[in-house]
Design a protein around this ligand. Structure first.
Ligand code: HDD
Length: 745
């Protein structure tokens, strides 16, 4: 009987519907049926809240305890349990048939523990696998108001941020200091939703169209047959590709410069690379490029240092960032924008703003600061936060829109797609580190790892059953509305604009803007990397590319490789150097640097004043590291942080040598006599153009190491405080490259 009734009712409803279609009722007319529940046209009382996505624990539906705030849910209770909450009394022995007998399949705890362990690893990022993430806060200056309506840029608006720095090519366990581009990805948890600025420390990219991304990455990654070399561009496939694909030349020039071996994540610039479109409250648009400017300045490692560090401390950058934040030396960057008029051509001073292989020199469009980022909190759990953070260039907020840069468009697809396999499904934005701090009501449902317990019966729009919820907002209600940018009438074609064809003038601009010593580094880097290639034809082809950039550069690299230098095949234009592109010749705050102090462990006289010096270094916002022949505590409670066994010069920005006066005028001081590793330390510090300070007997140690006491950047005196003051002054310029004769170039 029951099924028959259901069928009858369904039939009646269907007949009603058909009648409705034939003669639509006039609402309110006498005799007409009461109006059907229509799609509501204005917001009503919302439905009971969904399990709050901002709350990390969604088991509230059953009344279980929840964690607080946006933190990852931590362990609860004092007792070890299974993942389903049952307390365990032994996690060290599997369940066996007798102490010497076979393990039983019945041991569900063993199987849970091992199965979970077996699946602890997730696929690493296909690029940027090696990284370090930290939390911070962004404060807007309000200066962006005339061009951008985004709430997080308003004056005094404070927004939590998560930043992940990375290398590009190496796998997750590779060394930090390899020659590579660095990723600089920032997630702003704004009140209007998450905004991700997924940039690099190099302002241009290898390719102009995202369709080439797999090609450049396959070329840069290790060779497929032997899977070597790891995290290097110094191999045949990379140079094979870039020598054929000359639009990469500008990025390659930056990669061969000091920018590709940063001293610290804290001392790098960041760039949004693409041109974005900003919208102000009046709906007016501007084109912009984003820049991060580090308060500590832009500094690099010497190439030999970077190589040594790969072995001595492969975690150098990660450690440096973590330690600085732990010590309260919070790194800061100003976010700035270069603003260009949003003209139909999207060309500024001859530079095509849609071409991601081009910069606009800062002299032509100054970088205007719009806010400041302070990184002030380390992660609690690397995997939960740094590994699981998911950036996406499509995470945009009202006020920031994209342009038609073809590289950016491919990225708009790629980032969301990659998370599906990396983070195992479409719900990655529910992972605590990815959760927006703005309310989420998205009508996205189900899928692997669904954490939310969604309420309501109508996860679709339009609906009446959930009262029409959730509602669409207008632009005046904070909705993201795409700019109605005109699209030129065109035919479909696989083609780049003709303006993308200039591959050499900006690499030339970059090279000619560098100081002579920076150019020497570029020459050395090309010679090193091409010198590691096996195929002569690849070296020759790359020399041809360099000939089209700069004759001297090509000649110097060719000489180093022992190959003839070809002539250029394109005219070499006059360029106006951009001072902003050079790192040198500027002075910066010295905080955040590391100063090594070598002392004689068992010579109390040599320790005089060292403690005061340590304090002075700390007061100057730097880190002192006392180095002695042995570890432990020295006179006056001075703690040794490195021994001659564990110290290497590459860990320090400057080296101080403390020694008592030698017992006799021509006696060798103990400092130098103690250990040849001290001599190596001094020689390396000198070779890497770093400041060296020595007082009293330590001056003789310099002579032992073959270093002139009146050499540039070497300070010798009687008083440790005076020596330190001079060393501090040298550090403001970072290094003393003038120590070495460099051709003027
Ligand atoms: Fe990318 C990761 C930066 C071009 C596809 N990219 C990734 C990260 C950064 C960048 C910083 C690491 C994010 C993190 O820390 O998790 N990528 C850039 C910049 C580019 C660029 C500045 C050019 C201007 N990328 C680019 C293209 C494509 C991708 C053209 C694909 C068409 N990028 C990815 C990716 C990654 C990624 C495969 C790997 C892991 C991830 O996204 O989440 O989707």
């Amino acid at each position: 009987i029951k099924p028959a009734r259901i069928v009858k009712e369904a039939l009646e409803r269907a007949v009603d519907k058909v009648t409705d279609l034939v003669t639509p009722p006039i609402p309110g007319a006498p005799g007409s049926a009461p109006p059907a529940v229509a799609e509501p046209t204005e917001p009503q009382e919302p439905l009971p809240r969904k399990a709050d996505q901002a709350s990390p624990d969604t088991r509230t539906a059953t009344g279980a305890e929840t964690g607080a705030g946006h933190e990852a849910r931590e362990q609860q209770g004092a007792y070890l349990t299974t993942s389903s909450g049952t307390r365990l009394h032994d996690t060290d022995h599997s369940l066996k048939a007798g102490a010497r007998g076979p393990t039983l399949l019945q041991d569900h705890h063993l199987r849970e523990k091992i199965t979970h362990f077996d699946h602890e690893r997730i696929p690493e990022r296909v690029v940027h696998a090696r990284g370090a993430g930290v939390h911070g806060v962004f404060v807007g200056y309000g200066t962006a108001g005339p061009v951008c309506k985004s709430a997080f840029l308003r004056e005094g608006e404070t927004t939590p941020v998560f930043v992940r720095f990375s290398t590009v090519v190496g796998s997750r366990g590779s060394a930090d200091t390899v020659r590579d581009t660095r990723g600089f990805a920032a997630k702003f948890y704004t009140t209007e939703g998450n905004f991700d600025l997924v940039g690099n420390n190099i302002p241009v990219f290898f390719i102009q169209d995202g369709i080439k991304f797999p090609d450049i990455i396959h070329a840069a990654k290790p060779h497929p047959d032997r899977e070597i070399p790891q995290a290097q561009s110094a191999h045949d496939t990379f140079w094979d590709f870039v020598s054929l694909h000359t639009e990469a030349t500008h990025h390659v020039l930056w990669s061969m410069s000091d920018r590709a071996v940063p001293r610290s994540y804290r001392m790098m610039e960041g760039f949004g690379v693409h041109t974005f479109r900003l919208v102000n409250v009046e709906g007016e648009t501007s084109l912009v490029k984003f820049h991060w400017k580090p308060r500590l300045g832009v500094h690099s490692l010497a190439w030999e240092e970077a190589q040594l560090l790969s072995g001595v401390d492969p975690d150098f950058h990660r450690r440096d960032l973590f330690d600085a934040i732990e010590a309260g030396a919070f790194p800061q960057w100003e976010l700035g924008i270069q603003v260009f008029p949003d003209t139909p051509e999207q060309i500024f001073e001859g530079v095509d703003l849609l071409d991601p292989t081009k910069i606009v020199p800062e002299e032509l469009a100054p970088v205007q600061p719009v806010g400041v980022l302070t990184l002030n909190r380390n992660t609690t759990n690397y995997f939960a936060e740094t590994e699981q953070v998911a950036f996406h260039v499509g995470h945009l907020v009202p006020g920031i829109d994209v342009t038609d840069d073809p590289l950016l468009h491919a990225r708009l697809f790629s980032y969301i797609d990659t998370q599906l396999s990396r983070l195992g499904g479409p719900n990655f934005n529910q992972i605590p580190v990815n959760r927006p701090h703005a309310p989420v009501n998205d009508l996205l449902r189900d899928g692997a790892h669904q954490h939310a317990v969604h309420a309501g019966v109508a996860p679709y729009k339009p609906n009446t059953l959930d009262g029409g919820c959730p509602f669409q907002a207008g632009a005046d209600m904070g909705a993201y509305v795409e700019v109605a940018a005109p699209v030129a009438a065109a035919v479909k074609e696989r083609k780049s604009p003709a303006s993308f064809e200039d591959h050499f003038s900006q690499p030339r601009l970059f090279y000619r803007s560098l100081s002579p010593v920076e150019r020497q580094h570029v020459i050395a880097a090309f010679t090193f990397e091409l010198g590691k290639c096996y195929e002569k034809v690849i070296k020759e082809r790359q020399l041809q590319v360099l000939a089209n950039v700069d004759t001297e550069l090509c000649a110097a690299v060719a000489a180093g490789l022992g190959l003839p230098a070809p002539g250029s095949t394109v005219p070499l234009p006059e360029v106006t150097p951009s001072a902003a592109l050079s790192q040198l010749g500027k002075r910066w705050p010295t905080d955040g640097r590391v100063i090594g102090i070598v002392v004689d462990a068992d010579d109390d006289a040599s320790l005089a004043g060292v403690d005061t010096l340590r304090q002075a270094i700390t007061d100057a916002g730097m880190t002192p590291l006392v180095i002695a022949a042995r570890g432990g505590e020295l006179a006056d409670g001075l703690i040794v942080q490195r021994t001659f066994l564990t110290a290497r010069s590459v860990e320090f920005d400057a080296l101080l040598l403390a020694a008592a006066p030698p017992p006799a005028p021509d006696a060798i001081p103990r400092l130098a006599a103690v250990d040849p590793r001290v001599v190596v330390m001094i020689q390396e510090t000198h070779r890497h153009a770093k400041a060296i300070g020595a007082w009293s007997g330590a001056a003789t140690a310099l002579t032992e190491a073959g270093i002139g006491t009146d050499d540039i950047g070497v300070v010798v005196g009687e008083d440790s405080a005076e020596v330190f003051t001079e060393v501090l002054d040298l550090l403001a310029g970072h290094r003393s490259w003038e120590r070495f004769a460099v051709p003027a170039g």
